[in-house]
Design a protein around this ligand. Structure first.
Ligand code: THU
Length: 136
């Protein structure tokens, strides 16, 4: 688990908050932004993208993670999530995070950019089912 400086936290929260403004949320009006930093130092952002067929909507965290994986990155240092009220990642996103590492740091901030929680994927999803559980 990596240790972040105050400047790194600030920069990631600002990027996630900027991505949040691009959220497509005509149904919930709940804008979420994410900023994911890979071990190699690249940053991928994401926002939630909703759909008239509600279940096909996707969360900001998953957009960021899938963007990274589709660009060849699977090792993540930190994922930052900004929600309007400091709401934390949904169960589905916790599971998707767990696929790529339980030690990834998770920062959660609110719409004012204030950090409300700093934890890890393991902290958010104790007892996670992970790729190692697929081994016979
Ligand atoms: N949402 C996210 O994008 N990430 C979260 O951490 C919580 C929920 C989205 C899904 C949906 O578009 C809206 O927020 C309300 O649930």
């Amino acid at each position: 688990m990596i240790k972040l400086t105050e400047d790194e936290r600030r920069a990631l929260i600002d990027l996630a908050n900027e991505a949040r403004r691009r959220a497509y949320v005509p149904y919930s009006n709940y804008q979420v932004g994410a900023a994911l930093r890979t071990r190699s130092g690249r940053i991928f952002t994401g926002c939630n993208v909703e759909n008239a067929a509600y279940p096909t909507s996707i969360c900001a965290e998953r957009v960021a993670i899938y963007k990274a994986v589709s660009e060849g990155e699977k090792e993540f240092d930190v994922i930052t999530v900004v929600t309007p009220n400091g709401g934390t990642p949904c169960g589905g996103c916790r599971q998707v995070m767990a696929e790529f590492g339980l030690d990834t740091v998770v920062l959660v901030a609110n719409g004012e950019g204030r950090l409300v929680q700093e934890t890890t994927v393991a902290g958010l999803l104790p007892g996670a089912f992970t790729p190692k559980d697929m081994k016979r």
